[in-house]
Design a protein around this ligand. Structure first.
Ligand SMILES: Nc1nc2c(ncn2[C@@H]2O[C@H](COP(=O)(O)OP(=O)(O)OP(=O)(O)O)[C@@H](O)[C@H]2O)c(=O)[nH]1
Ligand SMILES: [Mg+2]
Ligand SMILES: [Zn+2]
Length: 356
């Protein structure tokens, strides 16, 4: 298999070039499960281990290899050769979220992806707010976000819901599909092209592994029934893994997410809520909160029925989340610079000549 078929391009080649002389080979991470890795290279797929230097030298979590990453590897040992991972090449795209829980840390879910399949189930848990949230996070990844409304066979109004979602989130690439009846699958064909990488994102039970199996034409991943009473999944998939389809496209199956919180403070919100931001330019006050202020163009649009009330509420919620995240990050940054300063002053004191 050629590296191009695995997604290699000129940009990666340029970034890697200097390494060839020193006995390193490029490879792509195909499986990431706790600290267990597998890599794909010209000769096939093999287990690989990151060096201690890479694991403990990384400045934070985001420096560690994730599924989809291109890495510099070496083959060590004669009789029982092992592949070691020495470094991660700059990513052309990365899906990042705020790590689940209370810590303010980025978590990279997958790297070097061309297309995101952001999956939202049309069953019991369906929510338009989730579609907007996923799109907001997705826009910041650098990959092309496509929303799949799954399990369209479970309700009759799926076409209306598809239309409503497209309208409300200002996004055309939203498709209702069913892995059971095959409905809507042709919409995915343009993305399933040789050398392209697509990642499946969504909560547990939404049907990520089922879609993968259906596109692969065989059962490559285990799937499990969702809980009857609330449509929640059972966290069946536990690692992130690349599967190559017959078309040559690479599909990354991932474990279900409990939450997809914003991380990048890029302009994902502006992309999804462009209409609101356009309207806001006509508000009388530049810092208008669109609550009760006079001359508020956003409220006017809601009152005239031009803008959905739920949409503005979700917009506010995501903006609050972003502001919170920015505050937390600047506190963290201040702490870090404090810590470094203390270290430096300690060092200076240590070096100061002792006169007495
Ligand atoms: N009716 C219907 N059921 C579906 C569809 N796609 C998946 N399912 C069912 O949903 C359940 C969960 O599917 P999975 O593919 O395991 O879900 P997942 O997103 O991989 O879940 P995790 O691995 O836990 O993150 C299974 O019982 C599937 O048969 C669909 O299009 N229609
Ligand atoms: Mg799964
Ligand atoms: Zn306003």
């Amino acid at each position: 298999m050629s590296l191009e078929q695995l997604g290699w391009n000129d940009e990666f080649e340029r970034a890697f070039e200097a390494n060839y002389g020193s006995g390193y080979f490029p490879a792509r991470i195909s499986l990431c499960s706790m600290s267990l890795y597998r890599v794909m290279m010209q000769d096939g797929e093999f287990p690989a281990v990151p060096t201690g230097k890479l694991l403990y030298g990384a400045k934070d979590q985001t420096g560690l290899p994730v599924v989809g990453d291109w890495v510099a590897t070496q083959i060590v040992g004669e009789r029982d050769p092992t592949i070691t991972i020495h470094g991660v090449l700059p990513r052309k795209s990365a899906l990042c979220r705020k790590e689940a829980g209370i810590r303010t840390q980025a978590q990279v879910l997958a790297a070097n992806i061309d297309t995101l399949f952001l999956m939202v189930g049309l069953d019991g848990n369906y929510s338009l707010n989730r579609v907007e949230r996923y799109l907001t996070v997705g826009w910041n990844s650098g990959a092309n976000p496509v929303v799949l409304l799954t399990k369209s066979d479970l309700r009759d109004d799926f076409l209306e819901l598809e239309k409503e979602a497209r309208l409300r989130s200002n996004h055309e690439r939203i498709f209702a599909i069913s892995s059971v009846t095959g409905f809507g699958m042709e919409a995915l064909t343009p993305y399933l092209v040789e050398g392209m990488t697509i990642v499946l994102i969504g909560s547990s039970g939404v049907g990520k592994s089922t879609l993968l199996n259906s596109l692969a034409g065989e059962d490559v991943q285990k799937v499990q029934e969702v809980r009857e009473f609330d449509s929640k999944g059972r966290h069946t998939t536990t690692n992130r893994q690349i599967f190559r389809l017959r078309s040559g496209a690479m599909l990354i199956d991932t474990p279900g997410l409990r939450e997809l919180q914003l991380w990048d403070t890029g302009d994902g919100i502006g992309e999804v809520f462009e209409d609101i931001e356009d309207l806001a330019r006509n508000c009388r006050y530049t810092d208008c909160q669109h609550q009760q202020e006079p001359g508020c163009a956003v409220r006017e649009a809601i009152e005239s029925g031009q803008l959905d009330e739920g949409r503005i509420e979700n917009y506010r919620k995501l903006m609050r989340e972003r502001a919170y995240l920015e505050r937390k990050r600047s506190i963290n940054a201040a702490r870090e610079s404090n810590r470094r300063w203390k270290q430096i002053s300690k060092e200076i004191r240590r070096r100061e000549p002792k006169w007495k």
